[in-house]
Design a protein around this ligand. Sequence first.
Ligand code: FAD
Length: 467
Amino acid sequence: MADEKQKINLNRVSMPKQEPGVRARNFNEVAQGYTMEMAMEEASRCIQCKKRNCVEGCPVNVQIPDFILALRDGQMWDAARILKGDNALPGICGRVCPQESQCEAVCTLAKKGAPIAIGRLERYVADWERAQNDKPKPEVAPPTGKKVAVVGSGPAGLTAAADLAKMGHQVTLFEALHVAGGVLMYGIPQFRLPKEIVQGEVEYVKSLGVELVLDSVIGKIETVDELLADYDAAFLALGAGAPMFLNLPGENLSGIYSANEFLTRTNLMKAYLFPEYDTPIKVGKKVAVIGAGNVAMDSARCALRQGAEEVYIVYRRSRAEMPARMEELENAEEEGVIFKLLTNPKQFFGDENGWVKSMECYEMELGEPDESGRRRPVKKEGSEFIMEVDTVVSALGTYPNPLVPSTTPDMEISKKGTIVADEENGKTSKPKVWAGGDIVTGAATVISAMGAGKRAAAAIDKYLKDT
Ligand code: FAD
Protein backbone atom coordinates (compact mmCIF):
# COMPACT_ATOMS: atom_id res chain seq x y z
CA MET A 1 0.00 0.00 0.00
CA ALA A 2 2.89 2.33 0.91
CA ASP A 3 4.43 1.60 -2.50
CA GLU A 4 1.10 2.25 -4.18
CA LYS A 5 0.89 5.64 -2.47
CA GLN A 6 4.39 6.58 -3.54
CA LYS A 7 3.50 5.91 -7.16
CA ILE A 8 0.82 8.59 -7.28
CA ASN A 9 1.93 11.44 -9.48
CA LEU A 10 1.09 14.67 -7.68
CA ASN A 11 1.41 16.77 -10.83
CA ARG A 12 -1.37 16.85 -13.39
CA VAL A 13 -0.79 16.41 -17.10
CA SER A 14 -0.65 19.91 -18.52
CA MET A 15 -3.04 21.05 -21.23
CA PRO A 16 -1.55 22.13 -24.58
CA LYS A 17 -2.51 25.75 -25.37
CA GLN A 18 -1.96 28.16 -28.23
CA GLU A 19 0.98 30.48 -27.49
CA PRO A 20 -0.23 33.79 -25.97
CA GLY A 21 1.25 35.97 -28.74
CA VAL A 22 -0.47 33.88 -31.41
CA ARG A 23 -3.82 33.29 -29.76
CA ALA A 24 -4.30 36.95 -28.81
CA ARG A 25 -4.95 37.61 -32.51
CA ASN A 26 -7.27 34.73 -33.43
CA PHE A 27 -10.59 33.32 -32.27
CA ASN A 28 -9.51 29.64 -32.34
CA GLU A 29 -9.83 27.70 -29.12
CA VAL A 30 -7.05 28.59 -26.66
CA ALA A 31 -6.87 25.25 -24.81
CA GLN A 32 -6.27 22.48 -27.32
CA GLY A 33 -7.41 19.45 -25.35
CA TYR A 34 -5.65 16.26 -24.25
CA THR A 35 -4.56 13.49 -26.60
CA MET A 36 -5.72 9.96 -25.73
CA GLU A 37 -2.34 9.24 -24.11
CA MET A 38 -2.49 12.40 -22.00
CA ALA A 39 -6.09 11.68 -20.94
CA MET A 40 -5.24 8.12 -19.91
CA GLU A 41 -2.15 9.26 -17.99
CA GLU A 42 -4.20 11.88 -16.13
CA ALA A 43 -7.02 9.37 -15.51
CA SER A 44 -4.52 6.92 -14.01
CA ARG A 45 -3.71 9.48 -11.26
CA CYS A 46 -7.22 9.07 -9.83
CA ILE A 47 -7.03 6.98 -6.65
CA GLN A 48 -10.74 6.00 -6.77
CA CYS A 49 -11.53 7.20 -3.23
CA LYS A 50 -14.22 5.35 -1.29
CA LYS A 51 -15.68 8.63 -0.09
CA ARG A 52 -16.50 10.40 -3.34
CA ASN A 53 -16.07 14.05 -2.43
CA CYS A 54 -15.80 15.01 -6.10
CA VAL A 55 -19.31 13.68 -6.84
CA GLU A 56 -20.72 15.73 -3.97
CA GLY A 57 -18.74 18.74 -5.17
CA CYS A 58 -20.44 18.58 -8.57
CA PRO A 59 -23.82 20.37 -8.66
CA VAL A 60 -25.20 17.71 -11.06
CA ASN A 61 -23.47 14.83 -9.23
CA VAL A 62 -21.61 13.32 -12.18
CA GLN A 63 -20.22 9.90 -11.14
CA ILE A 64 -16.70 11.24 -11.65
CA PRO A 65 -14.55 8.32 -10.41
CA ASP A 66 -16.59 5.88 -12.56
CA PHE A 67 -16.15 7.75 -15.83
CA ILE A 68 -12.47 8.32 -15.06
CA LEU A 69 -11.97 4.59 -14.35
CA ALA A 70 -13.67 3.65 -17.64
CA LEU A 71 -11.48 6.18 -19.46
CA ARG A 72 -8.33 4.86 -17.77
CA ASP A 73 -9.24 1.34 -18.92
CA GLY A 74 -9.96 2.51 -22.47
CA GLN A 75 -13.70 1.75 -22.14
CA MET A 76 -14.63 4.94 -23.95
CA TRP A 77 -18.31 4.23 -24.64
CA ASP A 78 -18.80 3.39 -20.95
CA ALA A 79 -17.03 6.60 -19.97
CA ALA A 80 -19.32 8.61 -22.26
CA ARG A 81 -22.45 6.81 -21.07
CA ILE A 82 -21.62 7.38 -17.39
CA LEU A 83 -20.83 11.05 -18.00
CA LYS A 84 -23.96 11.70 -20.04
CA GLY A 85 -26.09 9.84 -17.49
CA ASP A 86 -25.88 12.89 -15.23
CA ASN A 87 -24.78 15.67 -17.55
CA ALA A 88 -26.30 16.36 -20.98
CA LEU A 89 -23.68 19.07 -21.68
CA PRO A 90 -20.25 17.59 -20.83
CA GLY A 91 -18.31 19.24 -23.69
CA ILE A 92 -19.52 22.61 -22.40
CA CYS A 93 -18.91 21.91 -18.70
CA GLY A 94 -15.47 20.44 -19.40
CA ARG A 95 -14.53 23.81 -20.86
CA VAL A 96 -16.20 26.48 -18.75
CA CYS A 97 -17.14 25.06 -15.33
CA PRO A 98 -15.22 26.48 -12.37
CA GLN A 99 -13.96 23.01 -11.39
CA GLU A 100 -11.26 24.60 -9.24
CA SER A 101 -13.93 25.69 -6.75
CA GLN A 102 -16.16 22.60 -7.10
CA CYS A 103 -15.24 18.97 -7.87
CA GLU A 104 -11.49 19.57 -8.11
CA ALA A 105 -11.42 21.67 -4.92
CA VAL A 106 -12.49 18.64 -2.88
CA CYS A 107 -10.37 16.05 -4.73
CA THR A 108 -8.28 14.09 -2.21
CA LEU A 109 -5.12 14.72 -4.23
CA ALA A 110 -5.61 18.48 -3.79
CA LYS A 111 -4.41 18.08 -0.20
CA LYS A 112 -0.94 16.96 -1.36
CA GLY A 113 -0.53 18.20 -4.90
CA ALA A 114 -2.60 19.00 -7.97
CA PRO A 115 -6.15 17.61 -8.00
CA ILE A 116 -7.21 15.35 -10.87
CA ALA A 117 -7.93 17.52 -13.93
CA ILE A 118 -11.59 16.45 -13.90
CA GLY A 119 -12.75 19.16 -16.31
CA ARG A 120 -10.10 18.30 -18.88
CA LEU A 121 -11.00 14.60 -18.70
CA GLU A 122 -14.70 15.43 -19.02
CA ARG A 123 -13.91 17.50 -22.09
CA TYR A 124 -11.78 14.69 -23.55
CA VAL A 125 -14.55 12.07 -23.19
CA ALA A 126 -17.22 14.44 -24.58
CA ASP A 127 -15.05 15.35 -27.59
CA TRP A 128 -14.19 11.70 -28.21
CA GLU A 129 -17.86 10.78 -28.26
CA ARG A 130 -18.75 13.68 -30.54
CA ALA A 131 -16.20 12.49 -33.08
CA GLN A 132 -17.73 8.98 -33.31
CA ASN A 133 -20.10 8.16 -36.13
CA ASP A 134 -22.20 5.30 -34.77
CA LYS A 135 -23.42 6.69 -31.49
CA PRO A 136 -25.82 4.39 -29.59
CA LYS A 137 -29.38 5.75 -29.43
CA PRO A 138 -29.92 7.43 -26.03
CA GLU A 139 -32.27 5.63 -23.69
CA VAL A 140 -35.64 7.37 -23.25
CA ALA A 141 -38.54 6.14 -21.07
CA PRO A 142 -41.85 5.23 -22.79
CA PRO A 143 -44.14 8.26 -23.46
CA THR A 144 -46.12 9.43 -20.44
CA GLY A 145 -48.57 11.52 -22.49
CA LYS A 146 -47.66 14.63 -20.43
CA LYS A 147 -46.50 17.86 -22.05
CA VAL A 148 -43.96 20.30 -20.58
CA ALA A 149 -43.00 23.74 -21.92
CA VAL A 150 -39.43 24.83 -21.16
CA VAL A 151 -38.76 28.52 -21.80
CA GLY A 152 -35.15 29.54 -22.47
CA SER A 153 -32.49 27.30 -23.99
CA GLY A 154 -29.44 28.17 -21.86
CA PRO A 155 -27.85 25.49 -19.67
CA ALA A 156 -30.80 25.43 -17.21
CA GLY A 157 -33.41 24.96 -19.95
CA LEU A 158 -31.36 22.45 -21.96
CA THR A 159 -30.71 20.33 -18.86
CA ALA A 160 -34.32 20.33 -17.70
CA ALA A 161 -35.53 19.59 -21.25
CA ALA A 162 -33.08 16.67 -21.60
CA ASP A 163 -34.01 15.12 -18.24
CA LEU A 164 -37.76 15.53 -18.79
CA ALA A 165 -37.52 14.00 -22.27
CA LYS A 166 -35.54 11.05 -20.86
CA MET A 167 -38.36 10.58 -18.34
CA GLY A 168 -40.78 10.13 -21.26
CA HIS A 169 -42.49 13.56 -21.22
CA GLN A 170 -43.18 15.50 -24.40
CA VAL A 171 -41.01 18.62 -24.16
CA THR A 172 -41.17 21.83 -26.20
CA LEU A 173 -38.23 24.18 -25.69
CA PHE A 174 -39.01 27.83 -26.55
CA GLU A 175 -36.13 30.20 -27.30
CA ALA A 176 -36.36 33.95 -28.00
CA LEU A 177 -33.21 34.07 -30.16
CA HIS A 178 -32.62 32.49 -33.56
CA VAL A 179 -30.24 29.95 -32.06
CA ALA A 180 -30.30 27.80 -28.91
CA GLY A 181 -27.71 27.91 -26.11
CA GLY A 182 -28.26 31.21 -24.24
CA VAL A 183 -25.06 32.75 -22.86
CA LEU A 184 -23.15 29.73 -24.17
CA MET A 185 -23.82 31.07 -27.68
CA TYR A 186 -24.05 34.84 -27.31
CA GLY A 187 -21.76 35.52 -24.35
CA ILE A 188 -18.87 33.11 -23.96
CA PRO A 189 -16.45 33.58 -26.86
CA GLN A 190 -15.50 31.00 -29.47
CA PHE A 191 -11.90 30.83 -28.20
CA ARG A 192 -13.14 29.49 -24.83
CA LEU A 193 -16.18 27.56 -26.00
CA PRO A 194 -16.43 26.76 -29.72
CA LYS A 195 -19.97 27.16 -30.96
CA GLU A 196 -19.95 23.79 -32.74
CA ILE A 197 -19.50 22.16 -29.31
CA VAL A 198 -22.59 23.98 -28.00
CA GLN A 199 -24.64 23.11 -31.07
CA GLY A 200 -23.45 19.47 -30.89
CA GLU A 201 -24.86 19.26 -27.36
CA VAL A 202 -28.08 21.05 -28.39
CA GLU A 203 -28.43 18.37 -31.10
CA TYR A 204 -28.03 15.68 -28.43
CA VAL A 205 -30.87 17.24 -26.41
CA LYS A 206 -33.02 17.29 -29.57
CA SER A 207 -32.13 13.64 -30.22
CA LEU A 208 -33.90 12.80 -26.94
CA GLY A 209 -37.14 14.00 -28.56
CA VAL A 210 -37.16 17.64 -27.41
CA GLU A 211 -38.89 19.96 -29.91
CA LEU A 212 -36.91 23.22 -30.20
CA VAL A 213 -38.93 26.30 -31.21
CA LEU A 214 -36.67 29.28 -32.00
CA ASP A 215 -37.52 32.99 -32.46
CA SER A 216 -40.27 32.69 -29.84
CA VAL A 217 -40.34 35.37 -27.18
CA ILE A 218 -42.63 34.12 -24.43
CA GLY A 219 -44.43 37.09 -22.93
CA LYS A 220 -44.89 38.48 -26.46
CA ILE A 221 -46.11 35.65 -28.71
CA GLU A 222 -47.83 33.91 -25.80
CA THR A 223 -47.98 34.55 -22.08
CA VAL A 224 -47.12 31.87 -19.53
CA ASP A 225 -50.86 31.52 -18.80
CA GLU A 226 -51.57 30.92 -22.49
CA LEU A 227 -48.81 28.29 -22.57
CA LEU A 228 -50.34 26.53 -19.59
CA ALA A 229 -53.55 26.05 -21.54
CA ASP A 230 -51.59 23.65 -23.78
CA TYR A 231 -49.02 22.19 -21.37
CA ASP A 232 -49.23 20.29 -18.09
CA ALA A 233 -46.28 22.19 -16.59
CA ALA A 234 -43.77 24.90 -17.46
CA PHE A 235 -40.12 25.48 -16.52
CA LEU A 236 -38.88 29.06 -16.85
CA ALA A 237 -35.13 29.29 -17.54
CA LEU A 238 -34.95 32.85 -18.85
CA GLY A 239 -31.48 33.80 -17.60
CA ALA A 240 -30.47 37.27 -16.46
CA GLY A 241 -29.56 38.94 -19.72
CA ALA A 242 -30.31 42.63 -19.13
CA PRO A 243 -27.14 44.72 -18.62
CA MET A 244 -26.48 47.04 -15.68
CA PHE A 245 -25.08 50.47 -16.48
CA LEU A 246 -22.64 52.76 -14.68
CA ASN A 247 -25.00 55.76 -14.67
CA LEU A 248 -22.12 58.20 -15.11
CA PRO A 249 -21.97 61.43 -17.12
CA GLY A 250 -21.03 60.76 -20.76
CA GLU A 251 -22.07 57.10 -20.70
CA ASN A 252 -24.25 57.55 -23.79
CA LEU A 253 -21.31 58.51 -26.01
CA SER A 254 -20.66 56.35 -29.06
CA GLY A 255 -17.98 53.73 -28.47
CA ILE A 256 -19.29 52.83 -25.00
CA TYR A 257 -20.88 49.38 -25.02
CA SER A 258 -22.47 47.14 -22.45
CA ALA A 259 -20.60 43.82 -22.37
CA ASN A 260 -23.83 42.12 -23.50
CA GLU A 261 -23.94 44.14 -26.71
CA PHE A 262 -20.21 43.91 -27.30
CA LEU A 263 -20.11 40.13 -26.80
CA THR A 264 -23.36 39.43 -28.65
CA ARG A 265 -22.16 41.37 -31.68
CA THR A 266 -18.76 39.68 -31.51
CA ASN A 267 -19.79 36.10 -30.77
CA LEU A 268 -23.35 35.47 -31.86
CA MET A 269 -23.34 37.86 -34.81
CA LYS A 270 -19.68 37.08 -35.64
CA ALA A 271 -18.59 40.71 -35.97
CA TYR A 272 -14.98 39.52 -35.93
CA LEU A 273 -15.62 38.01 -39.36
CA PHE A 274 -17.06 41.24 -40.86
CA PRO A 275 -17.74 41.64 -43.82
CA GLU A 276 -18.21 37.88 -44.28
CA TYR A 277 -20.86 38.30 -41.54
CA ASP A 278 -22.75 41.55 -41.80
CA THR A 279 -22.57 42.81 -38.19
CA PRO A 280 -19.77 45.35 -37.80
CA ILE A 281 -18.26 46.44 -34.49
CA LYS A 282 -15.95 49.38 -33.90
CA VAL A 283 -13.05 48.46 -31.63
CA GLY A 284 -10.57 51.28 -31.09
CA LYS A 285 -6.86 51.20 -30.29
CA LYS A 286 -7.24 51.82 -26.54
CA VAL A 287 -10.01 49.87 -24.87
CA ALA A 288 -11.09 50.02 -21.23
CA VAL A 289 -13.25 47.22 -19.83
CA ILE A 290 -14.92 48.12 -16.53
CA GLY A 291 -15.26 45.12 -14.19
CA ALA A 292 -13.19 42.01 -13.40
CA GLY A 293 -15.48 38.98 -13.72
CA ASN A 294 -15.51 36.35 -16.47
CA VAL A 295 -17.60 38.69 -18.62
CA ALA A 296 -14.96 41.43 -18.33
CA MET A 297 -12.12 39.02 -19.18
CA ASP A 298 -14.06 37.75 -22.21
CA SER A 299 -14.72 41.31 -23.39
CA ALA A 300 -11.06 42.33 -22.97
CA ARG A 301 -9.80 39.26 -24.82
CA CYS A 302 -12.35 39.78 -27.64
CA ALA A 303 -11.18 43.39 -27.98
CA LEU A 304 -7.55 42.28 -28.32
CA ARG A 305 -8.50 39.75 -30.96
CA GLN A 306 -10.36 42.44 -32.88
CA GLY A 307 -7.25 44.58 -33.24
CA ALA A 308 -7.08 46.76 -30.09
CA GLU A 309 -3.50 47.76 -29.23
CA GLU A 310 -3.96 48.41 -25.50
CA VAL A 311 -6.70 46.77 -23.48
CA TYR A 312 -7.25 47.66 -19.83
CA ILE A 313 -9.28 45.94 -17.15
CA VAL A 314 -10.39 48.79 -14.90
CA TYR A 315 -11.45 47.47 -11.49
CA ARG A 316 -12.24 49.29 -8.29
CA ARG A 317 -10.91 46.63 -5.91
CA SER A 318 -7.63 44.68 -5.86
CA ARG A 319 -6.55 41.46 -7.56
CA ALA A 320 -7.58 39.36 -4.55
CA GLU A 321 -11.23 40.37 -5.02
CA MET A 322 -11.40 39.83 -8.79
CA PRO A 323 -14.34 37.47 -9.41
CA ALA A 324 -13.09 35.93 -12.70
CA ARG A 325 -11.87 32.34 -12.80
CA MET A 326 -8.11 32.28 -12.07
CA GLU A 327 -7.43 30.45 -15.34
CA GLU A 328 -9.18 33.15 -17.39
CA LEU A 329 -7.49 35.94 -15.49
CA GLU A 330 -4.08 34.37 -16.18
CA ASN A 331 -4.96 33.79 -19.83
CA ALA A 332 -5.95 37.45 -20.21
CA GLU A 333 -2.75 38.62 -18.52
CA GLU A 334 -0.56 36.35 -20.69
CA GLU A 335 -2.23 37.75 -23.78
CA GLY A 336 -1.29 41.28 -22.79
CA VAL A 337 -4.42 42.65 -21.06
CA ILE A 338 -3.29 45.34 -18.60
CA PHE A 339 -4.92 45.38 -15.15
CA LYS A 340 -5.63 48.82 -13.78
CA LEU A 341 -6.72 47.96 -10.25
CA LEU A 342 -8.11 50.15 -7.46
CA THR A 343 -9.43 52.44 -10.18
CA ASN A 344 -13.02 53.56 -10.80
CA PRO A 345 -14.46 55.70 -13.61
CA LYS A 346 -16.00 59.08 -12.74
CA GLN A 347 -17.11 60.37 -16.17
CA PHE A 348 -16.50 60.08 -19.91
CA PHE A 349 -15.56 62.77 -22.43
CA GLY A 350 -16.32 62.71 -26.15
CA ASP A 351 -14.90 64.26 -29.33
CA GLU A 352 -16.74 66.65 -31.64
CA ASN A 353 -18.51 63.69 -33.30
CA GLY A 354 -19.85 62.28 -30.05
CA TRP A 355 -17.35 59.38 -29.78
CA VAL A 356 -15.71 58.65 -26.44
CA LYS A 357 -12.11 59.91 -26.27
CA SER A 358 -11.22 59.77 -22.58
CA MET A 359 -12.37 58.65 -19.18
CA GLU A 360 -11.80 60.41 -15.88
CA CYS A 361 -11.07 57.97 -13.05
CA TYR A 362 -10.55 58.00 -9.30
CA GLU A 363 -7.88 56.01 -7.53
CA MET A 364 -9.42 53.80 -4.86
CA GLU A 365 -8.29 52.16 -1.63
CA LEU A 366 -9.80 49.27 0.33
CA GLY A 367 -11.74 49.98 3.50
CA GLU A 368 -13.69 47.73 5.87
CA PRO A 369 -15.42 44.58 4.50
CA ASP A 370 -18.93 45.19 3.05
CA GLU A 371 -21.98 42.87 3.08
CA SER A 372 -20.31 40.65 0.42
CA GLY A 373 -17.42 40.05 2.85
CA ARG A 374 -14.99 41.79 0.48
CA ARG A 375 -13.18 44.97 1.53
CA ARG A 376 -15.16 48.00 0.41
CA PRO A 377 -13.49 50.19 -2.22
CA VAL A 378 -13.28 53.82 -1.09
CA LYS A 379 -12.31 56.65 -3.43
CA LYS A 380 -9.18 58.69 -2.68
CA GLU A 381 -10.25 62.31 -2.69
CA GLY A 382 -8.36 64.46 -5.19
CA SER A 383 -6.91 61.43 -7.00
CA GLU A 384 -8.72 62.02 -10.31
CA PHE A 385 -6.75 61.34 -13.49
CA ILE A 386 -7.56 61.01 -17.18
CA MET A 387 -7.21 57.85 -19.29
CA GLU A 388 -7.34 58.22 -23.04
CA VAL A 389 -9.67 55.57 -24.47
CA ASP A 390 -11.60 55.17 -27.70
CA THR A 391 -13.72 52.18 -26.68
CA VAL A 392 -15.26 51.37 -23.30
CA VAL A 393 -17.04 48.13 -22.39
CA SER A 394 -18.94 48.05 -19.11
CA ALA A 395 -19.11 44.57 -17.63
CA LEU A 396 -20.76 45.37 -14.31
CA GLY A 397 -23.27 42.55 -14.16
CA THR A 398 -26.76 41.76 -15.37
CA TYR A 399 -30.29 41.45 -14.07
CA PRO A 400 -33.36 39.56 -15.33
CA ASN A 401 -35.33 40.84 -18.31
CA PRO A 402 -38.72 41.92 -16.83
CA LEU A 403 -40.86 40.68 -19.76
CA VAL A 404 -42.06 37.33 -18.37
CA PRO A 405 -42.28 38.52 -14.75
CA SER A 406 -44.40 41.51 -15.85
CA THR A 407 -46.76 39.40 -17.99
CA THR A 408 -47.24 36.72 -15.33
CA PRO A 409 -49.11 38.67 -12.66
CA ASP A 410 -49.65 35.96 -10.06
CA MET A 411 -46.02 34.79 -9.82
CA GLU A 412 -43.90 36.11 -6.93
CA ILE A 413 -40.98 38.26 -8.06
CA SER A 414 -38.18 39.50 -5.78
CA LYS A 415 -37.14 43.16 -5.44
CA LYS A 416 -34.17 42.37 -7.71
CA GLY A 417 -36.54 41.17 -10.43
CA THR A 418 -35.67 37.48 -10.05
CA ILE A 419 -38.41 34.83 -9.92
CA VAL A 420 -38.91 33.54 -6.38
CA ALA A 421 -38.56 29.74 -6.46
CA ASP A 422 -37.88 26.96 -3.95
CA GLU A 423 -34.12 26.29 -3.86
CA GLU A 424 -34.66 22.54 -3.53
CA ASN A 425 -37.01 22.01 -6.47
CA GLY A 426 -37.55 25.27 -8.35
CA LYS A 427 -41.28 25.53 -7.58
CA THR A 428 -42.63 29.05 -7.98
CA SER A 429 -45.69 30.57 -6.30
CA LYS A 430 -47.70 29.94 -9.49
CA PRO A 431 -49.37 26.54 -9.93
CA LYS A 432 -47.78 24.30 -12.59
CA VAL A 433 -44.76 26.63 -12.97
CA TRP A 434 -41.12 25.97 -11.97
CA ALA A 435 -38.10 28.21 -12.56
CA GLY A 436 -34.31 27.90 -12.31
CA GLY A 437 -30.90 29.21 -13.34
CA ASP A 438 -29.91 32.88 -13.46
CA ILE A 439 -33.57 34.04 -13.56
CA VAL A 440 -33.85 32.79 -9.95
CA THR A 441 -30.32 33.29 -8.57
CA GLY A 442 -29.18 36.29 -10.63
CA ALA A 443 -26.02 35.88 -12.71
CA ALA A 444 -24.22 32.72 -11.55
CA THR A 445 -22.57 29.76 -13.32
CA VAL A 446 -23.34 27.23 -16.05
CA ILE A 447 -23.25 24.29 -13.68
CA SER A 448 -25.42 25.93 -11.02
CA ALA A 449 -28.01 26.64 -13.74
CA MET A 450 -27.78 23.01 -14.84
CA GLY A 451 -28.19 21.81 -11.26
CA ALA A 452 -31.35 23.92 -10.97
CA GLY A 453 -32.64 22.45 -14.25
CA LYS A 454 -32.02 18.93 -12.99
CA ARG A 455 -33.74 19.46 -9.64
CA ALA A 456 -36.74 21.12 -11.29
CA ALA A 457 -37.04 18.30 -13.86
CA ALA A 458 -37.18 15.75 -11.02
CA ALA A 459 -39.84 17.82 -9.22
CA ILE A 460 -41.92 18.30 -12.39
CA ASP A 461 -41.71 14.57 -13.11
CA LYS A 462 -42.97 13.81 -9.60
CA TYR A 463 -45.80 16.31 -9.98
CA LEU A 464 -46.82 14.88 -13.37
CA LYS A 465 -46.79 11.33 -11.99
CA ASP A 466 -48.88 12.36 -8.97
CA THR A 467 -51.57 14.18 -11.01
P1 FAD B 1 -28.98 31.82 -20.04
O1 FAD B 1 -27.76 31.11 -20.44
O2 FAD B 1 -28.95 33.29 -19.94
O3 FAD B 1 -30.13 31.39 -21.04
C1 FAD B 1 -31.41 31.97 -20.98
C2 FAD B 1 -32.09 31.82 -22.32
O4 FAD B 1 -33.45 32.21 -22.21
C3 FAD B 1 -31.48 32.69 -23.40
O5 FAD B 1 -31.19 31.92 -24.55
C4 FAD B 1 -32.56 33.73 -23.68
O6 FAD B 1 -32.55 34.17 -25.03
C5 FAD B 1 -33.81 32.94 -23.36
N1 FAD B 1 -34.95 33.79 -23.02
C6 FAD B 1 -34.97 34.85 -22.18
N2 FAD B 1 -36.21 35.39 -22.13
C7 FAD B 1 -36.98 34.64 -22.97
C8 FAD B 1 -38.36 34.70 -23.35
N3 FAD B 1 -39.17 35.65 -22.85
N4 FAD B 1 -38.83 33.78 -24.21
C9 FAD B 1 -38.00 32.81 -24.72
N5 FAD B 1 -36.69 32.71 -24.38
C10 FAD B 1 -36.20 33.61 -23.52
N6 FAD B 1 -20.40 30.56 -16.15
C11 FAD B 1 -19.50 29.57 -15.93
O7 FAD B 1 -19.82 28.60 -15.24
N7 FAD B 1 -18.25 29.61 -16.47
C12 FAD B 1 -17.84 30.62 -17.28
O8 FAD B 1 -16.73 30.62 -17.75
C13 FAD B 1 -18.78 31.67 -17.56
N8 FAD B 1 -18.47 32.68 -18.38
C14 FAD B 1 -19.40 33.62 -18.71
C15 FAD B 1 -19.09 34.59 -19.64
C16 FAD B 1 -20.04 35.51 -20.02
C17 FAD B 1 -19.68 36.53 -21.06
C18 FAD B 1 -21.33 35.51 -19.41
C19 FAD B 1 -22.37 36.53 -19.79
C20 FAD B 1 -21.64 34.56 -18.47
C21 FAD B 1 -20.69 33.60 -18.11
N9 FAD B 1 -20.98 32.59 -17.19
C22 FAD B 1 -20.07 31.59 -16.95
C23 FAD B 1 -22.30 32.54 -16.53
C24 FAD B 1 -23.21 31.50 -17.20
O9 FAD B 1 -23.06 31.54 -18.59
C25 FAD B 1 -24.66 31.71 -16.79
O10 FAD B 1 -24.72 31.65 -15.38
C26 FAD B 1 -25.58 30.64 -17.40
O11 FAD B 1 -25.54 30.68 -18.80
C27 FAD B 1 -27.02 30.81 -16.91
O12 FAD B 1 -27.80 29.86 -17.54
P2 FAD B 1 -29.38 30.05 -17.72
O13 FAD B 1 -29.84 28.82 -18.45
O14 FAD B 1 -30.00 30.36 -16.42
O15 FAD B 1 -29.54 31.34 -18.62
